[in-house]
Design a protein around this ligand. Structure first.
Ligand code: T1G
Length: 713
């Protein structure tokens, strides 16, 4: 026993309780406490059986992920859980695992070493290790197929999705679902099981024999498609396959080999970085956890267009009644029709029950007036991206909204302070920048204006969680974090086609790097007219003589906005499948000729490095200026808003893995090349922070701006 694991006798059953908040991870001391408790209970004649349960909100949620870094750095040896699990399995008395919350990773592996598993109805069990770039490392790939069957074990280990209590029971992972008091139910189950022979999971062979050998290759094909570029899913499939071919111990040895290969990979470091980065974004220096927040019981949205409609769905999905206002019946009907269509397609895919769809639609009130806006706790504006219109709308809602109502703008580029200046309550004005489709994309940039109150920011962060979004704080700079960095990324993509790469070359190079799609394909999806409008809005800020892309504006002048018009950088068929557009290629060649650009063969490496290092360099400006609090926040923005591959960790983490000195040297090459166009310095001068970190051997990930500010750097 220790403070992490306690033991007491109840009704002749030894109850082992794990208490390691917040998620009962297998941190140092927990396996040791478990081992001692099981041994003591086994030796106690008063105990007929043993129940293991978690205190607080969950059973064991896995190994302590924070420990992995110490193992990889050699600071600590890797400790195997296998001996403990064999001791549990070989215990003479039945060991019943009582599961509530989440039995994930090492938590499920501990549970499967038990003889029986009873589960609360709302609980989940799973092997999500692949989401951290590793595989189960405590015989999960060997015991799970013996309980749930090989096909399900492959699915759970290679793709990482959990299963609920009822499904766990049906699969044979759980032996009973306990409604009501879990501990009481587990003790009753244990007393029943006492005195009877109890099964050892590792000795179960039946389900291994039933396996269809072809399923492993099918799973590899699926992983190649849906987990493109990732090592761990393939390793997990290999490990489960070894369970069908090798005896238990040899299977565990094979699993350990594959586990180590993954654990020491850059992909795992990147995914573990992403795990903690996502959980770190809600921590805002100067805004403590207990900062009072406003209650959001009613919402109102202005604009039922693509973004307004998605935002409205977010509130309804969270159970918050929401008014949505439009300027014309036709626009309102169009917006509501898209909302209904979105819900209907979720119902059709079995992702949503019809009753839930009806309930959510009943929370939405479409209208043409501001009636009821004076009752709203938050008003979200999603009108056309123009400063004059935004200010007009904010002046209107400022006059109507009740005191204490938050006014949030979905602008993706415009100055929040200027928008707030149209109101008498700038402290209640904040940017809530959603990403399209707003009801799907998890990212929410929360933009702090110079007057935005801490309570409004704390409320926005809490609201993001409630709307199932990841809220990231951004400073009020043009394009905030994500779109500001996107500009140089897309700039380089366009320069590369002018200099000789084809549209397809550029898209393919970034796709092969791991992006969900290439930069020009992404522009065609978002609509070239969006960028065109913003370029026109900020034309006055362009520095004379600095090279700008030549072709995008010409495509827009020709009415070619991408997928929505069937033509843009590429041509699109009725199924939106892209194909090379010879007219675009001709337009590019003509533009290059007119600009005196000599076209040349360009390698995929140069394409990737120019696009990504331009992105990273702007990220270093964003971080250096404090527009983003941490490099990890920038990574979270790109992982959740721009489909940057999570197994690369995000642009800033990726730059650290390349090495900032290397990034700097590569940028210098690009600066020299760009100077031929007279724009070397303007386009490729390294951000001061990048320069300094590269010179001092620092990394973006370890850069702590608050500490620097405090130290007056
Ligand atoms: N280790 C260390 N810290 C953890 C942790 C873990 N496994 N899980 C969560 N935390 C921290 C988290 O950083 C946050 O901290 C707080 O707990 C609450 O988490 C041997 C090798 C369990 C579903 O992958 O999926 O076992 O920010 O905000 O939304 O084969 O956490 O408050 O300081 O996410 O309620 C496998 C990971 C490990 C599960 C709860 N297990 N965790 O979600 O809270 S590998 C996992 C989760 C393994 C074995 C292998 C979720 C959750 P802070 P939270 P939540």
């Amino acid at each position: 026993m220790n403070e992490l694991v306690s033991l007491h006798l109840e009704d002749q059953v030894a109850v082992v309780t794990i208490s390691n908040p917040p998620v009962n991870a297998l941190s140092p001391g927990v396996p040791e406490g478990l081992q001692r408790s099981i041994a003591e209970a086994a030796a106690d004649p008063a105990a007929l059986a043993i129940v293991v349960i978690g205190a607080g909100r969950t059973f064991i949620a896995g190994a302590d992920i924070r420990e992995f870094g110490k193992v990889v750095s050699g600071e600590k040896p890797r400790r195997s859980l296998l001996p403990l699990l064999l001791e549990i399995e070989d215990c003479a008395k039945p060991v019943i695992m009582a599961i509530h919350g989440t039995a994930f990773g090492g938590g499920l592996e501990v549970a499967m070493a038990g003889h029986y598993r009873v589960i609360a109805p709302s609980a989940q069990v799973g092997q999500p290790e692949v989401k951290l770039g590793i595989i189960p490392g405590a015989a999960g790939t060997q015991r799970l197929p013996r309980l749930a069957g090989v096909a399900k074990a492959v699915e759970m280990c290679a793709f990482g999705e959990p299963v609920g209590a009822r499904e766990a029971l049906a699969l044979g992972i759980a032996d009973a679902v306990i409604d009501g008091d879990l501990l009481a139910g587990a003790i009753a189950f244990a007393r029943e099981a006492a005195g009877r022979p109890h099964p050892k999971t590792r000795e179960r062979q039946q389900k291994l024999r039933d396996a269809d050998p072809a399923l492993f290759d099918r799973a590899r094909q699926q992983a190649a498609k849906t987990r493109r570029g990732q090592l761990a899913p393939l390793a997990a499939i290999d490990a489960v396959e070894s369970a069908t071919r090798l005896p238990f111990d040899a299977g565990c040895a094979r699993e350990a080999e594959l586990f180590d290969r993954c654990l020491y990979s850059t992909q795992s470091k990147a995914l573990i970085h992403a795990f903690f980065a996502e959980r770190g974004v809600s921590k805002i220096p100067g805004i403590p956890k207990d900062t009072p927040v406003f209650e959001i019981r009613r919402a109102a949205v202005i604009g039922a267009g693509t973004m307004g409609g998605g935002i409205t769905m977010n509130y309804a999905n969270a159970g918050i009644p929401v008014i949505v206002k439009e300027t014309s019946q036709e626009a309102l009907d169009r917006g509501m029709a898209i909302i209904r269509k979105n819900y209907a397609s979720s119902v059709k895919k079995g992702k949503l029950l019809q009753a839930a769809m009806d309930q959510r639609l009943s929370l939405i009130t479409p209208q043409l007036t501001y009636d009821g806006f004076d009752q709203a706790d938050i008003i979200a504006e999603a009108v056309f991206e123009g400063m004059a219109l935004k200010k007009q709308v904010f002046a209107e809602i400022d006059a109507i909204a009740r005191p204490g109502c938050i006014l949030a703008s979905n602008t993706s580029y415009l100055d929040i302070d200027e928008i707030a200046s149209a109101t008498h309550r700038p402290e209640m004005v904040v940017g809530h920048h959603y990403f399209s489709p707003a009801n799907v994309m998890r990212l929410l940039e929360i933009v702090r204006g110079k007057a935005t109150g801490n309570a409004v920011l704390a409320t926005s962060m809490a609201l993001a969680k409630k709307l199932n979004k990841i809220g990231v704080l951004a400073g009020n700079a043009r394009g905030f974090i994500g779109n500001r960095m996107l500009t140089p990324y897309l700039r380089e993509a366009q320069f590369l086609v002018e200099e000789g790469a084809s549209v397809e070359d550029v898209n393919q190079a970034l796709y092969d790097f791991g992006m969900a799609m290439g930069p020009l394909a992404m522009s065609d999806l978002a609509g070239l007219d969006v960028g065109w409008r913003i370029r026109k809005e900020f034309k006055h800020l362009e520095k004379p003589g600095v090279r700008v892309p030549l072709v995008a504006d010409r495509l827009c002048e020709m009415g070619r906005f991408g997928q929505k018009t069937g033509r843009g950088w590429s041509r699109y068929d009725e199924n939106r499948q892209p194909s090379p557009d010879p007219e675009t290629a001709a337009l590019i060649e003509q533009g290059a000729r007119e600009a005196g650009i000599e076209r040349r063969a360009i390698t995929p490496e140069e394409i990737v490095d120019r696009c990504l290092f331009a992105l990273v360099n702007e990220g270093a400006h964003v971080l250096g200026e404090g527009i983003a609090l941490r490099a990890a926040d920038i990574d979270v923005v790109y992982l959740n808003g721009y489909a940057f591959p999570a197994w690369r960790g995000g642009p800033m983490f990726y730059a650290d893995t390349v090495g900032l000195k290397t990034v700097l040297a590569r940028m210098e090459e690009f600066r020299l090349r760009a100077s031929k166009f007279g724009s070397g310095d303007d386009l490729w001068s390294p951000a001061p922070l990048l320069q300094r970190l590269a010179e001092t051997g620092g990394t973006f990930t370890n850069f702590d701006r608050q500490k620097e500010v405090a130290a007056g750097v």
